[in-house]
Design a protein around this ligand. Structure first.
Ligand code: NAD
Length: 506
């Protein structure tokens, strides 16, 4: 891609555009607020600024959400579904704009970001369908009584998201809270807010004022949401340290808050010696999400545990295959792997690569900066390490970037102990043609989402989440729908109450 094309992408999608928050149906720009500079990860150039919400802005967003909630709940699932339909149309119409904003702002390849937008349709259609098919329970009755369950929304939900799939998170993650009659205050990552602010315009068109409120900012704005006394239900996607802090801060608000946390992963891919090596290598690369978000994905299989019998062959073929991946500017159609999100994160990833070398792992491929790309871009050639052990930092800490560690194993029991030996348990995958072994291993892996001979794909309707420090709660399923509703039980006396009252009163 030429310099002219870079300028053209920025001119078409960024220049002259104001990115504003959405509070109570009104667009709130920077005006007299502090701003955050936005840098293009492909070039390092500052391209625009976004407002930083004050505590008063968050308060206003929560107040607007509170005011809008009763009428939103009263619309019922059918009424709310109509807003989802309109929103879905607007998302489809704006596919190119949203995908380009994520490429420019986050560094993910534009081709993958178009797919992200397409994937959202399953969620836009799926949540209303789930909500329409929801049922309650009727409990065994004592004679002359009826006992049944009812569900009520919490009211205002606070949602805070991570940086790596900005538009997809802003479109899909609020949906289960909204279809169940809650209203929302949402904060995207301060690193990648542009597509969410573009979506604010679409939310404003499709939903009544105050139902969806969007504020931007970092830890301070996030903490104001977490500790706000009018928000009883919080949903968070991000790192383990922030998730732990949120649990603490939510408790310090003096309220019992309902939380869902989708946190980090250091996910094991277990490869048995009977596999087709080329297929498993493809699975390893695909499962790293290199050509979606540079490996910056919670579910990436960054620990690849390969049986000793095929280890050398596997590593060699994987390195050869990785050499075919083109690292480049995120909004170049030819790019497979874009830059990582920021210069700070690039340095963090580079620090891990240095530590891997220093701790004795073998760097088989990548880890360097590819030539011929803009000097200010945060590019990292995907790094493949062999001879990794669980003691090494690259073998046990979530890097959240294009760094893959291949472990050698010979004893099944030792391999399992290593795979399960971390405090994280988001995803895992098992690669073998032996059916019994596949199921035995899937059962033994301590993770919330396990694939057999596949990886990384989510299927709407199946509960996604992790064990241990990786998650609290499950997403994308009936479990999540119910998690946005308070459970209430109603006991009704049938017939003439005096008879039983008399008996009760003796
Ligand atoms: P992060 O924890 O740094 O930030 C996440 C969000 O929290 C951002 O919006 C940030 O502004 C906000 N935040 C930061 N400090 C806060 C505070 N004190 N109070 C309230 N909010 C605060 O995470 P990140 O770097 O954006 O994302 C990467 C992490 O997210 C990785 O660990 C990754 O595994 C995880 N992740 C998990 C999933 C999942 O579904 N399990 C999906 C995507 C990302």
């Amino acid at each position: 891609m030429t310099e002219v094309d870079v300028a053209d992408a920025i001119t078409r999608h960024i220049d002259g555009r104001e990115f504003a928050m959405l509070i109570g149906g009104k667009f709130i720009g920077s005006e007299d607020r502090p701003v955050r500079e936005v840098h293009d990860p492909s070039t390092g150039a500052q391209i625009t600024t976004i407002p930083q919400a004050s505590a008063a802005d968050v308060d206003a967003a929560v107040a607007a959400a509170e005011e809008a909630q009763p009428a939103w709940e009263a619309l019922g699932v059918a009424g709310r579904s109509r807003c989802f339909e309109r929103f879905g149309e607007l998302v489809r119409e704006n596919r190119e704009q949203l995908a380009m904003l994520d490429a420019i702002d986050c560094g993910n390849p534009v081709t993958a970001m178009r797919t992200d937008i397409d994937i959202c349709q399953a969620y836009l259609e799926g949540w209303p369908a789930f909500a329409r098919s929801m049922t309650g329970d009727v409990y065994p009755a004592s004679p002359g009584n009826l006992h049944y369950s009812a569900h009520r929304p919490y009211g205002v939900v606070g949602r805070i998201t991570a940086f790596n799939h900005p538009a997809m998170f802003a479109i899909t993650r609020p949906l289960p809270s909204l279809i169940t009659g809650n209203t929302l205050v949402m904060k995207p990552s301060d690193e990648t807010s542009l597509s969410t602010l573009a979506l604010a315009e679409l939310f404003a068109e499709a939903f009544p004022a105050g139902v969806v409120n969007i504020v931007t900012g970092g830890a301070e704005a996030g903490d104001t949401i977490v500790t706000h006394r009018a928000i009883k239900r919080l949903a968070f996607t991000g790192s383990v340290p922030t998730g732990l802090l949120i649990q603490r801060r939510a408790a310090e608000s003096g309220m019992v808050k309902h939380l869902s946390l989708e946190l980090g992963g250091k996910n094991a891919m277990v490869v048995f010696p009977d596999v087709d090596i080329d297929l498993a290598v493809e699975g390893a690369i695909y499962g790293m999400n290199l050509d979606v978000c540079q490996g910056q994905s919670c579910g990436s299989n960054s620990r690849i545990m390969v049986h000793g019998k095929i280890y050398d062959e596997f590593v060699q073929r994987m390195a050869a295959r990785l050499a075919e991946y083109r690292v480049g500017i995120a909004y170049d159609e030819q790019t497979d792997v874009g830059p990582v999100v920021s210069a700070v994160h690039r340095d963090r990833v580079a620090g891990y690569i240095e530590s891997g070398i220093a701790e004795g792992a073998t760097l088989v491929h990548g880890g360097d900066r590819p030539a011929g790309l803009p000097a200010g871009g945060n590019f990292v050639n995907p790094a493949l390490f062999a001879d990794v052990t669980p003691q090494m930092r690259i073998g046990r800490e979530e890097i959240f970037g294009p760094v893959m560690s291949v472990f050698r194993w010979d004893s099944y029991d030792d391999m399992l102990a290593e795979a399960n030996g971390l405090e994280l348990g988001l995803t895992a995958s098992v690669w073998t043609n032996d059916l019994a072994l596949a199921h035995r291993t899937a059962d033994a892996l301590d993770a919330g989402y396990v694939w057999v001979n596949d990886s990384t794909r989510h299927y709407f309707g199946t509960p996604f989440g992790g064990t241990k420090n990786s998650a609290l709660g499950r997403e994308e399923s009936q479990d999540e729908l119910l998690s946005y509703l308070e459970h209430k039980v109603v006991h009704t006396r049938l017939g003439d109450p005096r008879a039983s009252m008399t008996r009760l009163l003796g």
